[in-house]
Design a binder for this molecule. Structure first.
Ligand SMILES: Nc1ncnc2c1ncn2[C@@H]1O[C@H](COP(=O)(O)OP(=O)(O)O)[C@@H](O)[C@H]1O
Ligand SMILES: [Mg+2]
Length: 239
């Protein structure tokens, strides 16, 4: 059960949007997904209240420092993936969630170039590694990328981060009205009317590509027991 947290010390970086896109895409593909809403502003919880029950999605609200570990322990039996949406802060809950994650996604707005909030999380992860001897896998995901941002500009950002040893997800999350609509209308990209939402197909394609990369980084271990077949073969050979 991979645990994936979305962290950036600043609000408005695109954490909640990216977290919800990943969670709904994984659920659409048949995985059981739990979203831990660890942001006191409760954006994910409000989305869930508006949406009603969603196939393969469970939302845990009001996650605190005291309850975080217990939630993860309980969910390990029932979820294939856990997605944690964090507040735009660098507090104890954010630190604990990072420490308990298999991978931390750090959304940074591709156009704003204001990567300060992201850098604070990178510093925190480095500190945990140096002072706490705890290695946390992490990647930067560029968000709200518009057609104005050229491939070359993105490659430059990627190069700068790579030089500092930071992995960057190849698929940037594009600026799409569909991604705002999800929070206004509830549900997922797959329940929207393509006649009403512009470029819905492109939005779905972008979310799919992002989720595919995350799945490649963090595959769910499929435990297929070979024991019965091997046992039968042994019995047959012995006979
Ligand atoms: N890819 C995107 N396309 C369009 N709007 C976006 C996108 N990402 C974020 N937004 C909008 O930007 C604002 C902040 O995004 P949000 O995901 O809530 O950031 P955070 O969780 O980091 O505070 C919201 O109004 C959201 O709808
Ligand atoms: Mg948020």
């Amino acid at each position: 059960m991979p645990v994936i947290s979305f962290a950036n010390a600043k609000g408005g970086a695109g954490k909640t949007t990216a977290a919800l896109l990943l969670a709904t895409e994984l659920a659409h593909q048949g995985y059981r997904v739990a979203i831990l809403d660890a942001d006191p502003q409760r954006w994910i919880s409000q989305w869930f209240e508006l949406s009603g029950p969603q196939h393969n999605i469970e939302v845990v609200s009001e996650v605190s420092l005291a309850s975080l570990q217990g939630h993860l322990r309980e969910l390990s039996a029932t979820s294939d993936y856990v997605v944690v949406d964090l507040a735009g802060a660098r507090d104890a809950v954010v630190t604990a969630a990072i420490g308990l994650s298999d991978h931390v996604m750090i959304p940074i707005q591709g156009c704003a170039m204001d990567a300060k909030g992201g850098a604070q999380i990178l510093d925190l992860i480095r500190l945990m590694e140096e002072a706490g001897n705890l290695k946390v896998a992490h990647s930067v995901v560029l968000t709200r990328v518009t057609s104005m941002v050229t491939t070359r500009a993105l490659l430059t950002i990627k190069g700068l981060l790579s030089a500092r040893g930071v992995n960057v997800i190849n698929t940037p999350i594009v600026e799409r009205s569909a991604y705002r609509e999800i929070f206004d209308c509830g549900g997922t990209l797959y329940g929207m009317d393509p006649a009403k939402i512009s470029n819905l197909d492109k939005a779905q394609e972008n979310a799919r590509a992002f989720a595919a990369e995350v799945m490649r980084l963090l595959p769910v271990k499929v435990i297929r027991s070979q024991t019965p077949r091997r046992f039968l073969r042994l019995v047959r050979n012995a006979a």
